[in-house]
Design a protein around this ligand. Structure first.
Ligand SMILES: [Zn+2]
Length: 319
C-alpha cells in the first residue's frame, strides 16, 4: 500500500513553528481543578477507551508538570492552550503514563515548548509492530491528517523511570511509579501524596474494562493492589469520567479481571479450545480495536493464553 508512506512523507515535510501562546491551534480544552494547582483535562466520557483520553497538569513555582500529551499535535496544542489559560509558568516536564499513541502523539508540542520527557524506557506496544512510520500513517486515519500536522515522535524519555522516581519541583512532591506491566510494558502512575491525587493512566478506564492485550492481567491486579494501598482521594483514569470515588472503580476493574481469569482458567483445565472458551462474547468490532466488545474479546484471548501457559507450567514466576 502506497498511501501510508505518502502520508508520512507529507507529515514530515510540513514545517511547524515552535508552539507559542498565540500559534496554538484549536480552542483550549476544558480544565477541572482537583486540588490547588492540580488539574485534570477531562477527555471524552461515555466511550470507554475510545475518544480523547484524560490528561492533567500540576503547577509548581518552578514550572508546570504535564501528565500525558493526548493523541495528536493538535490535541497537544489544545492541551497547552488550556494550561496557558491557568499559568504562564514554563513547561518543565511531560510525564507519559504509557506509550500508546493516544497518550503520547501530542508529545512533540511539549518538547518544543521546553519540556523534558519522563516515561518508562520500554516503549514497545503491539500497535507499533507495524513500524513507526506505518503506525503514524494508520493513526492519521484515526485522528485526521490535519491533527497530525507537525508530528514527530517524542516519547523516548530524557529521564527514564523503570521502577519509581520522585520529582520534587517548586514545592511539590510528585511520585512516579511503574505498577507492573498491567496495561502495557511501559505503564507509569503519577501520585501526589500531599493532595492524594492519582493519575492512573490506562490501568483504570471508566467502564472497568482495562485492556490487557499489551500487558498482563495478573500484573494489572498487582497494580490495582497498589492503587488501593495508596487510598487516593481523587483518581484520574486514562479514559472517561472521573469517578466520584476511586474505590468502586478499582473494585469493578478487579471483579472484571478476576472473573475473566476464572472463566478462562476453567476452560483451559477442561480442555475447551480457545475459540469456544469465549464464544459467548460478541465478536470484536473490526474497525474499533478498543470498543467495549473488542476489549472484552481481545482480553479474553490474552487471558486464555496466560492461563494456558500457567497450566502447562510454562511460567514459573508470578509477578
Ligand atoms: Zn493505553
Amino acid at each position: 500500500m502506497i498511501l501510508p508512506s505518502l502520508i508520512v512523507a507529507g507529515l514530515q515535510l510540513v514545517a511547524v513553528p515552535p508552539a507559542s501562546g498565540d500559534s496554538l491551534r484549536g480552542p483550549a480544552l476544558p480544565v477541572r481543578r482537583l486540588a490547588p494547582g492540580v488539574y485534570a483535562v477531562p477527555g471524552d466520557s461515555g466511550h470507554g477507551s475510545e475518544g480523547r483520553p484524560n490528561a492533567g497538569f500540576i503547577v509548581t513555582r518552578a514550572g508546570v508538570v504535564v501528565i500525558d500529551a493526548l493523541a495528536s499535535p493538535l490535541q497537544g496544542e489544545q492541551l497547552l492552550r488550556a494550561i496557558r489559560g491557568i499559568t504562564a509558568q514554563p513547561i518543565a516536564w511531560l510525564i507519559l503514563t504509557h506509550h500508546h499513541p493516544d497518550h503520547h502523539f501530542g508529545a512533540i508540542v511539549f518538547r518544543r515548548a521546553g519540556a523534558r520527557v519522563m516515561a518508562h524506557p520500554d516503549t514497545r506496544v503491539v500497535a507499533g509492530e507495524i513500524g513507526p512510520d506505518a503506525l503514524v500513517a494508520d493513526w492519521a486515519h484515526v485522528v485526521g491528517l490535519d491533527a497530525m500536522r507537525g508530528f514527530e515522535y517524542a516519547n523516548v524519555p530524557d529521564q527514564p523511570v523503570a521502577t519509581a522516581d520522585t520529582l520534587r519541583l517548586g514545592g511539590r512532591t510528585i511520585v512516579i511509579t511503574h505498577p507492573g506491566a498491567g496495561h502495557s510494558a511501559g505503564d507509569l502512575m503519577v501520585w501526589l501524596p500531599v493532595e492524594r491525587v492519582l493519575f492512573a493512566g490506562d490501568l483504570l478506564v471508566e467502564d472497568g474494562v482495562t485492556m490487557v492485550v499489551d500487558g498482563d492481567s495478573r500484573e494489572l491486579l498487582h497494580g490495582l493492589d497498589l492503587i488501593e494501598g495508596l487510598d487516593p482521594r481523587v483518581v484520574v483514569p486514562g479514559h472517561g469520567a472521573l469517578p466520584a470515588a476511586p474505590a468502586p472503580l478499582v473494585a469493578r476493574t478487579r471483579a472484571y479481571v478476576t472473573a475473566l481469569q476464572a472463566e478462562m482458567r476453567a476452560a483451559v483445565e477442561q480442555g475447551v479450545p480457545m475459540q469456544r472458551a469465549f464464544g459467548s462474547l460478541p465478536p470484536a468490532d473490526e474497525t474499533r480495536p478498543v470498543s467495549l466488545n473488542s476489549r472484552r474479546r481481545r482480553n479474553a484471548v490474552r487471558v486464555y493464553l496466560e492461563e494456558e501457559r500457567a497450566y502447562m507450567g510454562l511460567e514459573d514466576s508470578e509477578p
